[in-house]
Design a binder for this molecule. Sequence first.
Ligand SMILES: NC(=O)c1ccc[n+]([C@@H]2O[C@H](COP(=O)([O-])OP(=O)(O)OC[C@H]3O[C@@H](n4cnc5c(N)ncnc54)[C@H](O)[C@@H]3O)[C@@H](O)[C@H]2O)c1
Length: 255
Amino acid sequence: MSQQRVLITAGASGIGRAIAQAFVAKGARVFVCDIDEPALRAMADVLPGVHTAVCDISSRTAIEQMVPDAAERMGGIDVLVNNAGIPGPTAAVENFDPDAWERVMQINLTGTFNVTRVAIPYLKQSGAGVIINMSSVAGRFGYPNRSAYSTSKWGLIGFTKSLSIELGGDGIRVNALLPGATDGPRFQQVLQGRAAISGKTLEQVSADAMSSQSLKFLVDPNHIADLAVFLASDSGRSISGQALSIDGDMQHTST
Ligand SMILES: NC(=O)c1ccc[n+]([C@@H]2O[C@H](COP(=O)([O-])OP(=O)(O)OC[C@H]3O[C@@H](n4cnc5c(N)ncnc54)[C@H](O)[C@@H]3O)[C@@H](O)[C@H]2O)c1
């Protein structure tokens, strides 16, 4: 584990940052890219030794520079965490801005494809490569008024399952994580979107969200990070092609 070289996309804040922190704690070499340069600098202050680079995951050209840069600065890539993903708007399909739809697909699906495509030769050289794709509970249920996000997160499951079969012979394992309602600013925005479109209060949509789970608390981003570290470890070496939920046992969509 101490030798693992880990590339995390969009890891300057939120879940990706928690994952970076967890791998650093295990002694891994970590490279984090993000679009937000001040957030990268703030992270590097707290986690010295982490390599950082500005990269917009919607740009194929930027990705084609960033991934080889990560490999060069870490001496290779063993673990790729495709964490980048934007929520997109909350709107019914008939009112959905088509440009916003394309932006969600460009980052959540095509960006993940491009980072992975360029990283695969390095992961093959690793001999024990691991890819973790950040899907969502929205990749397990339908999500009314979040069709772009949900479609992209279901798409990542297909990508994960196809890729695990393609790469198993190279000793590369590919899994998807499906976090549910996760503590942090992103989930608060989701609740505000639901409240605005349903006419319910923020308190009502929050209570609705918890009523759909058997565990009545938000997912801790550090627990998602722990799961990523476990999956990438030797203890996870028999696990590939899986869509792993971490969502407080969510039973249905909330609206
Ligand atoms: N937070 C949740 O409740 C939740 C639940 C399920 C799944 N997820 C998924 O987990 C992942 C991380 O979610 P989060 O809530 O931590 O994210 P977030 O909204 O906190 O953003 C994380 C980072 O993404 C960066 N980013 C945004 N656009 C980018 C781009 N084009 N290129 C590079 N970086 C970019 C931001 O600068 C930010 O630092 C996403 O894929 C998300 O869909 C989140």
